[in-house]
Design a protein around this ligand. Structure first.
Ligand code: NAI
Length: 413
């Protein structure tokens, strides 16, 4: 298979990036050590659609070491790092991705990767599974199963399954404890602010930060914004999450109210049109907007563009939208997930857990996929325990063990 990447000569810096993250991913190192010897994926083909940066590359290499033939595409046009893509090709993975690809190229990449005729797929956001169920239906019968990395993708899968149209078993990797508790909360919490800070080079302390959505990602974003000294406002549509935010000590209000107050707006909902024209109209001069939800639909950019006098790039990853009344509104990273489009994504230590979940989910599919029904499944909890144990050991943390008496007491009727 002929890879489609930007420039193979970029590979040296990609190798450096992969080498760096390897130092901080002990779960994946243990997986590599064990399964590069036993090669359980020998003869199997995989398509992986994920944000193509160093941690993802390390996981793809591990699947390759474990015997799989792997084709990889990016899961967002701006999150692909071309040097990492080049390094992966040198390491024997087929890669179809480049930074800043058009929507058409993005779909072509998934289509070409699927030519490998996968046994197992790993998706992030649902575009790969969508293509399998539409344009590439002839491949459906060959697929043992797959797994899905993010909340938005799991929503799409459940919608497909509810209509009785999901044609193979998919593991909701996102819904494993070892994924969402750490990745969505601490990963998104840190990397989103890293993306915003390195892009703007501005102080967060003292600013009013409006966070839309108090789910796992929103909680992380709010926690870290507070730690940086911001005054945080939460907007929600779920009354229970809203109460949680109140008791966590945040102000909660509607976006109509918050729009007048915010200096920085961050969407983390997985929903569309969360910030739109009527909000843009009342925002302060200089207000900044960023999104860390999966798709670039949370901030209504067409409406913002339509009501603006001009749109221009003022700094790498920052666009200014000049309003008729002279106010300037700023949009970061084209409204795409700011932590990946304007940063390197989650910290390596966090992706160590998420990709541990992905690896063991794929292994579970390999071993038990044929017995699983079509539909959305959770990863078995014993795998969460296994991943957490390796991680704790690597952190040098010991925990107590239940005595036989305690075990008996806890299982008493
Ligand atoms: P979640 O389901 O835990 O939380 C989403 C929250 O947004 C819910 O509490 C929901 O009530 C709220 N919400 C929905 N519509 C809203 C609206 N119009 N206004 C205010 N609140 C609204 O989902 P999670 O795990 O926090 O994920 C959120 C998004 O982030 C998803 O698109 C997910 O795929 C993405 N994600 C992005 C990551 C990144 O690296 N940037 C990492 C993990 C997830």
């Amino acid at each position: 298979m002929e890879s489609m990447i930007r420039d193979i000569t970029l590979a040296p810096s990609g190798h450096d990036k992969i080498e760096w993250v390897k130092n901080f991913m002990p779960v994946m190192a243990a997986v590599d050590e064990e399964f590069s010897k036993s090669k359980p994926f020998a003869g199997k083909k995989m398509v992986i659609t994920l944000h193509l940066e160093a941690k993802t590359a390390y996981m793809a290499e591990i699947f390759h070491h474990a015997g799989a033939e792997v084709a990889l595409t990016g899961s967002n046009p701006l999150s692909t790092q071309d040097d990492v893509a080049a390094a992966l090709v040198e390491d024997g993975v087929h890669v179809f991705a480049w930074h800043g690809c058009t929507d058409e190229e993005y779909n072509t990449f998934i289509d070409r990767a699927l030519d490998i005729k996968p046994d197992i797929v790993i998706d992030d956001g649902g575009d790969l599974v969508h293509m399998l169920h539409t344009k590439r239906r002839e491949l459906l019968t060959g697929i043992i199963g797959g797994s899905e990395e993010t909340t938005t993708g799991v929503h799409r899968l459940r919608a497909l399954a509810d209509q009785g149209k999901l044609e193979f078993p998919m593991i909701a990797a996102n819904d494993a404890y070892c994924k969402y508790l750490f990745d969505n909360r601490y990963g998104t919490g840190q990397s989103t602010w890293d993306g915003i800070m390195r892009t703007t080079n501005l102080v967060i302390a003292g600013k009013t930060v409006v966070i839309a959505g108090y789910g796992w990602c929103g909680k992380g974003g709010a926690m870290r914004a507070r730690g940086l000294g911001a005054n945080v406002i939460i907007t929600e549509v779920d009354p229970i999450k809203a109460i949680e935010a109140v008791f966590d000590g945040f102000r909660v209000m509607t976006m109509d109210e918050a729009a007048r107050e915010g200096d920085i707006f961050l969407t983390l909902t997985g929903d569309k049109d969360v910030i739109r024209d009527r909000h843009f109209k009342v925002m302060k001069d200089g207000a900044m907007m960023a999104n860390s939800g999966h798709f670039d639909v949370e901030i209504n950019i067409p409406e913002l563009e339509a009501m603006s006098k001009s749109r221009r790039k003022v700094r790498n990853n920052i666009e200014e939208f000049l309003q008729e009344d002279g106010r300037k509104l700023y949009l970061l990273a084209e409204g795409r997930l700011v932590n990946l489009a304007a940063g390197d994504g989650h910290p390596a230590e966090i992706m160590d857990l998420s990709f541990g979940v992905q690896f063991f989910s794929a292994l579970h599919l390999l071993e038990h996929g044929k017995e699983l029904e079509k539909g959305v499944h959770l990863m078995p909890d014993s795998i969460n325990q296994r991943i957490a144990e390796i991680k704790l050991k690597s952190l040098g943390v010991s925990i107590d063990k239940l005595t036989p008496e305690q075990q008996a007491y806890l299982s008493m009727a």
